[in-house]
Design a protein around this ligand. Structure first.
Ligand code: NAD
Length: 351
C-alpha cells in the first residue's frame, strides 16, 4: 500500500534555448538590482557576458570558483559580496560555481539565480559543501536553494564531450538512487525514471556532436530532473562511496560517479528489484547494472577507478571509511561486500 511524504522545493525554473535573454527581468523579479556574478576562471568569458547582459544591475564578477568550495575561496567571495553591496548572486557554471553561490547565501541569505552549464544538478538542491584543510563538510539549508534557475541549453554546447558524458552519468546516479531512496515517493520516482530515459537517449548524440542543440536540450532536461531527485529525497551507498573517494583520494567528481554507478546498482539490485527494473526500463536494457556500464562505455567514459588514478593499496581503507558510520541503503552495507564492489570498480569489470 502506498504511504509517503512529499516535500516540494520552492524554485522557479525557466527552460529553453535562448532563455538567458530573460536574465535581467528575472533579477528584477527577485527584487534585486545589484548582482554579483560568479564563475570559474575557465568560464570567465561567460561571467563577463552575464555582467554585460545585466548592465547597471550587475555590481561585479568574482571568477575564482573552484571544485569543492575551499573555505578561503568562500570567504573571499563573501567579502567581495559585502564590499560591493550585492543583493543577489548569479552563478554561471557547473556545481563548483553554484556551490560558491551557496557558500555566500549560507551566511548572507542573498538570493541565488543559477545558470547551470553542466548536468551536476546542484542548482535544484538545498545541499551546500565547504572544504577546510582537505575535509569537505556538507549540509542542507533552505537558504542556499537557488530561487530561480535559467536552463539554457545554448550554454552547454561548449561543455567538452567527456565532461558531458561523465556529468550526465552523475545526473543518472541521482536518479538511480532516488528510485530506491528511504524516502522515495511516486512523484520523484516518476521524475527520476524520466531523467534516466532523457539522459540515456540524448548523451550518445551529445558526445558525438556537442553542438547538437536538440540533444543538448534533452540532456539538460534530464539533468534538471536528476537535480530535483537529488534535492528532494535521500541518497545511499553510491553517493556515500563517491563522497569518500572524492574527499579522501581526491578523485574527480563526475568521473568517479560514472565508474562506481554500475557497481552500486549491482550491489542493490536484489534488494530493490522494482527500483532497478525501472532503471533498466529507462535505459532500454535487460540488466540495470550492465545497462549503466554499457552506456558509460558507449560514451567513451572512464570505466575503472584505476583509470582515475586510484591506488589498489587504498581500497581496503576506502571500504572501511565508507562503512564507518551507519546510513540507509536498500541492501545492508557490509564491509566485505563493499570491498568487493570497490575491487570490481577498480578493475572496471562489467557487472
Ligand atoms: P565543475 O563545476 O567543477 O566544472 C568543471 C569544469 O568545467 C570547470 O572548469 C568549469 O568552468 C567547466 N565548465 C562547466 N560548464 C562548462 C561549459 N558548458 N563549457 C565549458 N566549460 C564548462 O563540475 P561539476 O561536475 O558541474 O560540479 C562538481 C562539483 O559540484 C563538485 O564539487 C560536487 O561536489 C558539486 N556538486 C554539488 C551538488 C549539490 O547539490 N550541492 C550537486 C552536484 C555536484
Amino acid at each position: 500500500m502506498l504511504s509517503f511524504v512529499y516535500q516540494m522545493l520552492p524554485s522557479r525554473v525557466i527552460f529553453g534555448a535562448g532563455c538567458l535573454a530573460r536574465l535581467p527581468e528575472e533579477i528584477e523579479r527577485l527584487g534585486a538590482s545589484k548582482a554579483l556574478v560568479l564563475s570559474t576562471p575557465e568560464q570567465r568569458q561567460s561571467g563577463c557576458e552575464m555582467v554585460e547582459r545585466l548592465g547597471a544591475r550587475a555590481v561585479g564578477l568574482f571568477d575564482r570558483a573552484v571544485m569543492h568550495v575551499p573555505l578561503e575561496t568562500a570567504e573571499a567571495a563573501r567579502e567581495e559580496a559585502r564590499r560591493l553591496g550585492a543583493d543577489c548572486c548569479v552563478a554561471v557554471g557547473g556545481g563548483s560555481t553554484t556551490g560558491l553561490a551557496k557558500a555566500i547565501a549560507l551566511v548572507s541569505e542573498l538570493p541565488i539565480l543559477a545558470v547551470p552549464t553542466t548536468y551536476a544538478g546542484s542548482e535544484m538542491t538545498p545541499i551546500w559543501g565547504l572544504t577546510e584543510k582537505g575535509r569537505k563538510t556538507t549540509g542542507r539549508d533552505a537558504r542556499v536553494l537557488p530561487k530561480t534557475v535559467l536552463y539554457d541549453p545554448c550554454l552547454t554546447v561548449t561543455m567538452p564531450a567527456m565532461l558531458s558524458a561523465t556529468s550526465g552519468m552523475n545526473s543518472i546516479a541521482h536518479c538511480v538512487e532516488a528510485l530506491y531512496a528511504q524516502d522515495a515517493n511516486p512523484i520523484v520516482s516518476m521524475m527520476a525514471e524520466e531523467g534516466i530515459r532523457a539522459l540515456a537517449e540524448s548523451l550518445p548524440a551529445v558526445v558525438k556532436e556537442p553542438g547538437d542543440l536538440e540533444a543538448r536540450s534533452k540532456a539538460l532536461y534530464g539533468a534538471w530532473l536528476g537535480g530535483i531527485a537529488l534535492g528532494t529525497v535521500g541518497m545511499a551507498l553510491h553517493h556515500k562511496l563517491c563522497h569518500t573517494l572524492g574527499g579522501t583520494y581526491n578523485l574527480p567528481h563526475a568521473e568517479t560517479h560514472t565508474v562506481v554507478l554500475p557497481h552500486a546498482a549491482a550491489y542493490n539490485a536484489a534488494a530493490a528489484p522494482e527500483a532497478l527494473a525501472r532503471v533498466a526500463r529507462a535505459l532500454g536494457a535487460s540488466s540495470p547494472a550492465g545497462g549503466l556500464y554499457d552506456l558509460a562505455a558507449s560514451l567513451g567514459a572512464p570505466l575503472s577507478l584505476a583509470a582515475l588514478g586510484m591506488k589498489e593499496g587504498d581500497l581496503d581503507q576506502a571500504a572501511s571509511i565508507a562503512v564507518e558510520k551507519p546510513y540507509y541503503n536498500p541492501r545492508p552495507v557490509a564491509r566485505d561486500a563493499v570491498r568487493a564492489l570497490l575491487q570490481n570498480a577498480f578493475e572496471g569489470r562489467r557487472p
